[in-house]
Design a protein around this ligand. Structure first.
Ligand code: NAP
Length: 265
């Protein structure tokens, strides 16, 4: 059996595309399933970039190759247009595609009693609850860099760099690069506080440590690919590129550059 996992959001267009896709896959000898199977040879996500992010999070960043059909806005993760389903299946059967490894960012949260591991395909943000200014000490490879004051620090993957990171003044980093980007959110730069005003792109294996000042240990908020988490007594957080990766199927590499131009210019 050639199982193909289908994960779709619930909007009308996505459900229409799912119906068509299931029919086409069956005609071409595949067994499509909407119950995620670990022995699937491919996962197809239908929706916008938001749907892709949710799908990879919910499936535990599975290594099964994944491709997206875009029914949202301009999609960076979602390459295939619904009108091109036949062409996509033909190219897939011919092996006429690339597999790009997309890096995740990992965070280890150290609290007074235990540690927690977080992963994200776009970004992990550390900020203060209730829209307060947060004060953090920032270290790179154990070297103290700055005492940050502002809304928070966003740590983005290369493929997430066109999301929240870009809106926050961060740079675009090509998705397959092994790097992470540390982007300040509304940093305060005054005679009282001095934080770097721009983002930094650093090697993925470097460990960036954020240490909240004592009074923020119970009021810090983590936003992981858009989902919020809180922990009590946060002592420090280590960020680096995770060992886990996802395998994204790409039919046309030029699509990335066309997307950049159409979405942002
Ligand atoms: P969402 O509605 O699922 O996504 C918000 C917007 O971000 C959508 O337009 C989405 O594109 C786009 N997006 C997501 N990942 C992207 C990427 N890698 N490159 C370019 N655009 C991308 O919102 P959500 O559930 O709260 O959060 C999910 C993501 O939204 C986060 O991971 C974050 O990157 C992004 N976000 C952006 C801002 C901001 O720009 N100020 C603020 C919060 C969160 P589609 O329309 O194609 O789905």
């Amino acid at each position: 059996m050639r199982y193909v996992n289908i994960i779709s959001n619930s909007n009308f267009e996505s459900r229409k595309v799912t119906g068509k896709l299931i029919k086409l896959l069956k005609q071409n000898g595949f067994t499509p399933t909407t119950d995620f199977r670990e022995d699937g040879e491919l996962t197809i996500c239908i929706g916008g970039d938001g749907a892709f992010i949710k799908a990879v999070n919910r499936t535990g960043f599975s290594p099964i190759p994944i491709i997206g059909i875009n029914t949202g806005h301009l999609g960076f993760y979602q390459e295939i247009r619904p009108v091109n389903l036949n062409d996509f299946i033909k190219k897939y059967l011919e092996g006429n595609y690339f597999t790009e490894k997309l890096h995740l960012v990992g965070a280890e949260v150290f609290t007074k009693s235990r540690n927690f591991i977080l992963h994200a395909i776009n970004e992990i943000v550390l900020k203060s609850q209730h829209s307060k200014v947060i004060h953090l000490n920032v270290f790179v490879e154990r070297n103290h860099l700055e005492k940050f004051s502002g809304d928070g620090i966003l740590v983005s993957t290369p493929s997430g760099s066109t999301g929240y990171n870009f809106s926050s003044g961060g740079s675009i980093v090509y998705p397959t690069m092994e790097a992470i980007q540390i982007t300040p959110l509304a940093p305060i730069t005054s005679s009282a506080y001095r934080s770097l005003p721009n983002s930094m792109v650093i090697p993925g294996e470097f460990i960036t440590t954020l240490v909240p000042e004592k009074r923020y240990t119970n009021s810090s908020l983590f936003v992981v690919d858009g989902m919020e988490y809180t922990y009590r007594n946060v002592k420090k957080v280590n960020f680096r590129i995770a060992d886990k990766k996802i395998n994204r199927i790409v039919l046309d590499r030029d699509n990335y550059w066309n997307n950049l131009k159409s979405k942002f210019l």
